[in-house]
Design a protein around this ligand. Structure first.
Ligand code: ADP
Ligand code: MG
Length: 583
């Protein structure tokens, strides 16, 4: 993804937008932090009186009252701290929850081409890792930033109050510190971006290994995978070390710069005129305050790295959120179409790829007819079937359903007209029954479900499972065979009762025996619907009303089985090849 497109103030402002609904909580947190810092400053400001009145003048009353004061002030400090921490965390978690939900929702609305171009690991890492970093920035970092910031300002004001001559050194020092912080922040952001990118790769790499562990086992790929992971793992570590080094150097430099101020004060105090105007209390308070300043300065620099990390993470999340969602500008609502499909001179290349995949595709599937697509793999059959539900937009030409250009239809209504069974069956970690009824808007009666399951030959194997149709099948149906998975997908399509059916090698994972059985169910399914059937085994499409033969993205022949055989062209050749295989 492109490097940051926002300036950090813009990102910060947008991040604040997430906090806005919780501004009351935020105000309470700010109140807590302000109180906390002011209590600290107040405590230190009492040092002057403690020394000048208590110790120097030996005022015992004052000294007896001091212990009570100390305990009181720490109780107050504790209460402020609790309010600040609790409220900030409340706000931070809410903001992150909202952002995660948005991201999740947005992923589902992004076009297929976006998902083609981004690895799942990268996208998952944004939902889990990056948002977590934003929480750190919005709660912890912000807390320190505000609390210590107020503390530093409070101390400075107090020091100027006590002796502006001595404190004016800060007017010189502050800009130097500001420059250092600025430089360092920039580096923090760069490193954070690298870390988050590397984390995405760690997730991608793990995910790939977990998904493909069987292939790895059988091909002995452990070494390769381990090496691949070691590289990204080490990359993450190196970025982390760089981050820490930057942090340590910046803390030290800022403290060294601050030490100049301290040295200056002590040097100035050596002048008699200065000494005369200073009491021991005043002097101690100023020197004490300067020492005190070192701690918040360190914390501020340390937390700055976290804050920049959060900003970078927010940036990467916003980049995704700003990706345009699927174009759904059509207004025609398709309802119970009869299913006349027409492709007019369709050209297509996948977004982001130069290679043209479909060339001048024109055909007509009259309502209720079955059209078969055949051809070598890679000839563009699946691509044609993904254009119908508008997973991709055609580059050129039109696709019409019942005379409506699908570009003018609402996506939801268009997709309601289609039932697709593809070669890659996706099942959810749920019961078989729920997988079959997936996406049904109305409740499905058990009777109807059983009927469908029977037809698709799902009952046949489900009956042997421990809970029948209610058996939970594991992530993506791991406990089922390829054929069983396909049968569930077919049942899902049967139940959908859509007027247009797309079968993309829907029976490829079945053995001949089951295929024959299912074919009966499919034939029933095909009745009265327009179907586009992509099949590898030509025997299954002999009865199609029209057969389209594809080669390298072009239609090379079209006609019914008998006509094409008689033509003795590409189809006849394919047919003979398979016929020979069976002999
Ligand atoms: P078939 O289904 O006939 O085997 P496909 O339609 O899947 O063929 O693929 C046609 C061509 O499109 C192939 O050259 C393939 O490399 C390319 N292709 C398929 N899917 C994508 C994609 N998501 N992005 C880019 N190119 C793709
Ligand atoms: Mg295919």
């Amino acid at each position: 993804m492109a490097a940051s497109q926002f300036t950090s103030p813009a990102t910060f402002r947008r991040l604040l937008g997430y906090v806005k609904p919780y501004r009351l909580g935020f105000a309470a947190a700010a109140f807590g932090m302000l109180g906390y810092a002011l209590v600290d400053v107040f405590f230190i400001s009492q040092l002057e009186d403690f020394i000048d009145i208590g110790i120097n003048q030996k005022n015992t009353d004052y000294l007896r009252y001091a212990p009570l004061f100390i305990i009181g002030i720490f109780i107050l400090r504790g209460v402020f701290n609790f309010i600040a921490s609790y409220c900030l965390n409340w706000v931070g978690t809410h903001a992150v929850q909202e952002m995660r939900q948005q991201l999740f929702r947005h992923y589902m609305r992004l076009p297929v081409s976006f998902h083609d171009q981004h690895s799942t690991g990268e996208l998952i890492s944004k939902v889990t890792y990056n948002t977590e970093q934003i929480k750190q920035a919005t709660s912890k970092a912000l807390a320190v930033l505000l609390r210590e910031g107020v503390f530093v300002i409070g101390l400075l004001v107090m020091m100027f109050w006590i002796s502006w001559q001595l404190s004016s050194i800060f007017l010189l020092i502050a800009p130097v510190i500001a420059i250092v912080v600025r430089l360092v922040s920039k580096r923090f952001r760069l490193l954070s971006r690298n870390i988050q990118g590397a984390m995405g790769e760690v997730t991608t790499c793990s995910e790939q290994m977990l998904n493909g562990h069987k292939v790895i086992l059988s091909f002995g790929g452990q070494q390769i995978e381990e090496q691949r992971f070691a590289t990204v793992n080490n990359l993450t570590r190196r970025q982390d070390v760089k981050m820490e080094a930057t942090r340590a150097i910046s803390v030290s430099s800022i403290q060294i710069i601050a030490s100049f101020a301290l040295a200056f004060v002590i040097y100035m105090a050596s002048f008699p005129e200065m000494l005369d105007s200073l009491t021991a209390g005043k002097f101690t308070t100023i020197v004490g305050s300067m020492m005190m300043l070192l701690r918040p300065l360190k914390q501020l620099t340390t937390v700055n790295s976290e804050f920049q990390r959060g900003l970078t993470a927010a940036n990467s999340v916003f980049e995704v959120l700003d990706q345009p969602v699927e174009q759904d500008t059509g207004t025609t609502v398709l309802d119970n179409v009869s299913g006349n499909i027409q492709f007019n001179n369709v050209n297509f290349s996948y977004p982001g790829h130069d290679k043209q995949v479909l060339f001048d595709i024109s055909f007509n599937a009259a309502a209720g007819k079955t059209i078969a697509l055949v051809g070598r793999s890679g000839s563009g059959k699946t691509t044609i079937s993904s254009l119908l539900p508008r997973f991709y937009e055609v580059t050129d030409g039109d696709i019409l359903i019942d005379g409506h250009n699908i570009r003018d239809c609402t996506l939801a209504s268009l997709r309601r007209q289609l039932a697709v069974v593809s070669q890659h069956v996706t099942l959810f970690n749920d019961s078989i029954a729920n997988n079959i009824t997936y996406g049904c808007t109305e409740p499905v009666s058990r009777e109807h479900l059983l009927q469908v399951a029977e037809k698709a030959h799902v009952l046949e194997f489900a009956e042997n499972l421990k809970d029948g149709l209610d058996t939970v099948i594991g992530e993506n149906g791991v406990s089922l065979s390829g054929g069983q998975r396909q049968r569930i997908a077919i049942a899902r399509a049967l139940l959908r009762e859509a007027p247009i059916l797309v079968l993309d090698e829907a029976t490829s994972a079945l053995d001949t025996e089951s295929e024959r059985k299912i074919q009966a169910a499919l034939n029933e399914l095909l009745k009265g619907r327009t179907s586009i059937v992509i099949a590898h085994r030509l025997s299954t499409i002999e009865n199609a009303d029209s057969i389209i033969v594809m080669d390298q993205g072009r239609i090379v022949e079209q006609g019914d089985h008998a006509t094409l055989l008689a033509q003795d062209g590409a189809y006849a050749q394919l047919y003979k090849l398979q016929f020979g295989e069976q002999q």
